[in-house]
Design a protein around this ligand. Structure first.
Ligand SMILES: Nc1ncnc2c1ncn2[C@@H]1O[C@H](COP(=O)(O)OP(=O)(O)OP(=O)(O)O)[C@@H](O)[C@H]1O
Length: 121
């Protein structure tokens, strides 16, 4: 196993993460939202299973946003001029983010709302 190659891959991944934080407002929004959900989870108190679901949703959301950014970059490079297929590729990637964000929000409310309800009743 080539350990240097492995570390190089980690470095490239870190670079991609930092570049996306700098360039993409949506990604910064999702990062902040994820941090807010973690804080809310800490305040509310979650079971181990609930923490695993929340962590999976946050990681999934951030990963999808990174892939969406990659699609945008590739499309911009491959098709700088407007083209219906280029538009469809970007719209499909954006739709993937929206589908995951919506289901994550619903699952998040299903976890948090009953706890908050019990807290205030
Ligand atoms: N090369 C293209 N050909 C056809 N339509 C495009 C093209 N580039 C972008 N579009 C259309 O414009 C929309 C917005 O694209 P754009 O790349 O500007 O995304 P954005 O939402 O502004 O992303 P960001 O602000 O994260 O860069 C796309 O979803 C697509 O419908």
């Amino acid at each position: 196993m080539d350990v240097r190659k492995l570390f190089r891959s980690f470095r490239y991944a870190g670079k991609g993460f930092v570049q996306t934080v700098r360039a993409e407002q949506n990604f910064r929004f999702h990062l902040l939202s994820g941090a807010a959900v973690l804080f809310a989870g800490w305040l509310t108190g979650l079971s181990k299973a609930e923490w695993m679901i929340i962590l999976l949703l946050i990681a999934g959301m951030l990963s999808l946003e990174l892939v969406n950014t990659a699609v945008e970059r590739v499309v911009d490079k491959a098709s700088p001029e407007p083209h219906p297929l280029a538009g469809q590729a970007k719209d499909a990637a954006a739709a993937a983010v929206l589908v995951f964000a919506t289901s994550s929000a619903v699952i998040g409310f299903m976890i948090f709302l009953p706890k908050w309800w019990n807290l205030f009743n």
